[in-house]
Design a protein around this ligand. Structure first.
Ligand code: HEC
Length: 498
């Protein structure tokens, strides 16, 4: 018995004018559930149920509870992101109090004055100050090095390949097996024979603060003949009175330990002083195009729904930086010609499906609204008009989860996992994971395996639980899965065992 593919992604919105979408999804779920019930062995085909009924705002009384509920998503369950801060050594907790109450808008710290009383904020500030783990051992990954991990359908060993990094971001394998690694703070290394090179020279000016810095790396599909390395980064365009910038894409060639022939192919506009929501994973489609996303740059009411700027968009350019003649908005006056789709919040996973060539994107939502989207040209993915998430401070962001003319995600994560990095599993090494999606979770520190059937999520599995904040995942040319992890920064490889 064949189960028809369920199409709930972009591009299948036409019938929605007559059919209630939720009703349609519920009917499909029921149908599939019944099929699964009457057909033993088919239960894996039941699409994943999306349940957003849990009240995300349930208030805890204690500072620890408030911390877990409102803060841990960005600062870590164990307050580990606070560990290295200078203000931790200050007397008292008044600067922390100020930060929590009023927020620090330009770096992405929300204000909580509407959420908590001053007393609660004071308790949180004290909690944050004294709760920092003195024993860094708390941060040790739970996976035993060398130990065999028995996941649902695949056994593997976690092999640490590179350690001693800060925040690794992009990974690109050179034909000789060497690995190029970018660090967010603005450094590029070549890893060769078990050693990291000196930082590679010739990088552009980079705005390395908050979520900004040197971001993704990708080799041109014909790298062996043309030598082009593509880099995405937060371009620094002015230093004072405040550093300004936006996401940019450059290509260059590597000569010794230096980049040469640099060409800036794309620079997002407008610049701003925010240090968050830069996007920007790079993906070639093998047909001459480069795809990448830029986030809303922390100003969601201004940018994602308007086509006169680059923020909150997925872009498509040609490999030389020119604009494809068939981009959806090339002929629309006032629209940025590189825009492929719009209404995105902060896309940090962009991949081309190895079989269908479709563009799949994960994006960070607000609290409880991370999305997996199937991106099609010219469509609007709804941010910030529709969302399954709420504001960080617990207030309502939008009442709407769907709207005509705006696409539904294929899947959304509540609570947010903070998806970063994504790849399809290709090649022969992990046969039971073939064409599954792997998605990194910064928030919950694991790698998520997502089984798709067409455009539906059928099953999810947590791999590498507690390994650390997962920043990126790629499949190497020789078919191994590599995962980049933060704090402490390292790169591990999953070595399959039959
Ligand atoms: C959306 C993500 C986000 C959430 C949610 C969030 N913060 Fe922050 N917070 C940040 C960022 C980004 C910074 C600035 C960079 C840093 O210090 O890590 C920051 C900074 C701070 C600082 C100041 C640190 C300094 O160096 O001055 C404090 C204190 C703080 N946060 C406490 C909290 C508390 C308590 C909560 C929960 C009530 C919370 N934050 C929720 C993102 C967040």
């Amino acid at each position: 018995m064949r189960v028809p593919p369920i199409k709930i992604g972009a591009g299948y919105m036409m019938p929605l004018k007559i059919i209630n979408f939720k009703q349609m999804k519920r009917n499909l779920t029921i149908t599939l559930f019944l099929i699964a019930l009457i057909t033993p062995g088919l239960s894996c085909l039941k699409p994943f149920k999306q349940d957003n009924s849990g009240n995300q705002n349930s208030q805890f009384q204690s500072a620890a509870g408030n911390y877990q509920n409102f803060c841990a998503g960005c600062h870590g369950d164990n307050l580990e992101k606070f560990a290295a801060k200078e203000w931790m050594d200050e007397e008292g907790s008044s600067s922390a109090f100020q930060s929590i109450k009023y927020g620090i808008e330009d770096i992405g710290m929300p204000a909580f004055q509407k959420t908590f009383s001053d007393e609660e904020i004071k308790e949180l500030a004290e909690y944050v100050k004294k709760g920092v783990p003195e024993d860094k051992a708390l941060l040790k990954p739970a996976v035993t090095p060398g130990g065999v991990v028995e996941s649902e359908v695949q056994k593997f060993v976690v092999d640490t390949v590179v350690s001693g990094l800060n925040v690794p971001w992009g990974l690109a394998f050179l034909p000789d097996g060497d690995l190029l690694i970018s660090e967010r703070e603005g450094k590029l290394y070549r890893f060769s024979d078990g050693k990291l090179s000196e930082p590679i020279e010739g990088l552009p000016p980079i705005k390395a603060s908050g979520q900004g810095g040197l971001l993704d790396l990708s080799l041109h599909p014909d790298y062996e003949t043309n030598g082009w390395i593509y880099l995405s980064y937060s371009a620094l365009t002015a230093e004072s009175p405040k550093p300004l910038g936006n996401t940019a894409v450059m290509r260059a060639k590597l000569q010794g330990n230096r980049l040469v022939d640099q060409q800036v192919l794309f620079k997002g506009i407008p610049d701003n002083d925010r240090s968050h929501h830069f996007g920007c994973k790079l993906a070639f489609d093998g047909k001459g195009h480069l795809f990448f996303g830029i986030g809303d740059r922390g100003q969601h009411f201004d940018f994602p729904q308007n086509l006169d700027n680059h923020n909150g968009k997925i872009h498509r350019i040609n490999e030389d930086g020119s604009i494809p003649a068939d981009n959806p908005f090339v002929n629309q006056e006032g629209a940025m010609a590189s825009i492929y789709s719009y209404g995105h919040r902060n896309p940090q996973g962009t991949v081309v499906h190895p079989v269908t060539g479709e563009i799949w994107v994960t994006e960070h939502g607000p609290r409880g609204g991370d999305e997996l989207n199937l991106v099609e040209p010219g469509l609007n993915y709804g941010w910030p008009v529709i969302s399954y998430g709420i504001n960080y401070d617990g207030t309502v962001l939008t009442e709407l989860t769907e709207k005509e003319g705006m696409e539904q995600p294929v899947f959304y994560w509540t609570p947010s996992i903070a998806p970063c990095g994504m790849t399809f599993v290709t090649g022969e090494r992990y046969k039971n994971w073939s064409n599954n999606l792997l998605v990194g979770s910064l928030r919950f520190k694991y790698l998520e395996r997502v089984v798709l059937n067409g455009h539906s999520v059928m099953h999810r599995e947590k791999l590498l639980e507690d390994i650390g904040r997962v920043r990126n995942v790629v499949v190497s040319p020789d078919g191994y899965i590599y995962v980049a992890i933060e704090t402490p920064g390292k790169i591990v490889r999953l070595v399959p065992i039959e």
